[in-house]
Design a protein around this ligand. Structure first.
Ligand code: CAA
Length: 283
């Protein structure tokens, strides 16, 4: 199973980061989204990141160009035909992800590896929609993808050892540190992180402190690089809410009840940094 060409589906903050680290590792990359303008926005972010690397002397202009030359944009999943790996990074919604994999199942051969960057949904349930679940796997990157070292790799019940090994090796090629976990709602990362973010939202909701004070407590007191509310804004409040709902419904346990303030902000379109406002305001 030699990987040469990768399609990344979804060009949002996770998808364009995954496309960037894939191209940096030397792979040909197709960045796919529903609309050309979305894919172009994703590419613009990659260019911004690579230009910063050039400005900081970490890459030459030629290296930047070589990386960019490996990336093509697409709005047609049929372009996945000559890829050996598909990494899906669409919105955190089970039905949407399922329909993407159903469509891909009819396009690519059975030896193509299908990976999902889901942050909480069960890998085994998603794998069930494709004809050969042995080639299905969870490949969970962290935000911001070019910076964070972790890739959480999740095996579905049927995932083959060979596919697992290919994805572990590929993660190292991307200069990431892979960690293997089992398939469970939220895996390890969001089983532990999201209840903390949700609890921070509850402390704000109950007027225990201001957003700044809550974040300062965790930054200064626990040495977190950014406080939980700032981090929630970076991740996206809609994504945080989706993950809390997956934990709440999946485990059927009230301890995962999403904070009403989180729900209210999402309903109001305050999705965090990407929409210009979340717990904080952004220019
Ligand atoms: N894209 C690319 N590079 C970025 C970036 C981005 N969005 N944001 C920051 N960077 C780079 C900066 O360029 C900078 O590098 P240089 O100084 O060498 O140029 C470096 O990261 C540090 O950035 P800053 O100095 O601006 O700020 P910082 O020191 O506070 O670091 C941070 C920023 C790396 C985001 C840091 O605050 C941090 O680690 N925060 C926690 C992030 C985290 O927990 N992520 C996981 C979220 S959970 C998740 O993603 C999973 C899920 O399913 C929800």
């Amino acid at each position: 199973m030699e990987i040469k060409k990768i399609m990344v589906i979804g060009s949002g903050q996770m998808g364009n980061g995954i496309a960037q680290v894939s191209a940096q590792a030397g792979y040909e990359v197709i960045l796919n989204d529903m609309k050309e303008e979305f894919a172009e926005k994703g590419l613009a972010n990659i260019i911004k990141n690579l230009s910063r690397d050039v400005d900081k002397g970490r890459k030459s202009e030629e290296e930047k160009q070589t990386i960019l030359d490996r990336i093509t944009l697409s709005t047609d999943k049929q372009d996945a035909k000559d890829c050996q790996l598909i990494i899906e990074a669409a919105v955190e919604n089970f039905e949407i992800k399922k329909s993407i994999f159903k469509e891909l199942n009819g396009i690519v051969g059975e030896d193509v590896i299908l990976a999902t960057n889901t942050s909480s949904l069960p890998i085994t349930d998603l794998a069930a929609v494709v004809s050969k679940p042995q080639r299905f796997i969870g490949m969970h990157f962290m935000n911001p993808v070019p910076v964070m070292k972790l890739v959480e790799i999740i095996r579905g019940v049927e995932t083959s050892d060979e596919v697992y090994q290919v994805i572990e090796d590929l993660s190292r090629e991307m200069t990431k540190d892979p960690v293997e976990v089992n398939d469970s709602y939220g895996f390890v990362s969001n089983r532990v992180l999201m209840p903390m973010i949700n609890e921070a939202a509850f402390t704000l909701y109950e007027s225990v402190a201001t957003p700044e004070a809550i974040d300062q407590v965790m930054e200064l007191g626990m040495n977190h690089p950014m406080g939980p509310l700032k981090l929630a804004d970076l991740i996206g409040l809609d994504t945080c809410l989706s993950i809390m709902n997956v934990l709440y419904e999946g485990f059927n346990d009230p301890k995962y009840r999403p904070c009403p303030l989180l729900k209210k902000y999402v309903a109001a379109g305050r999705l965090g940094k990407k929409s210009g406002q979340g717990f904080y305001k952004y220019d």
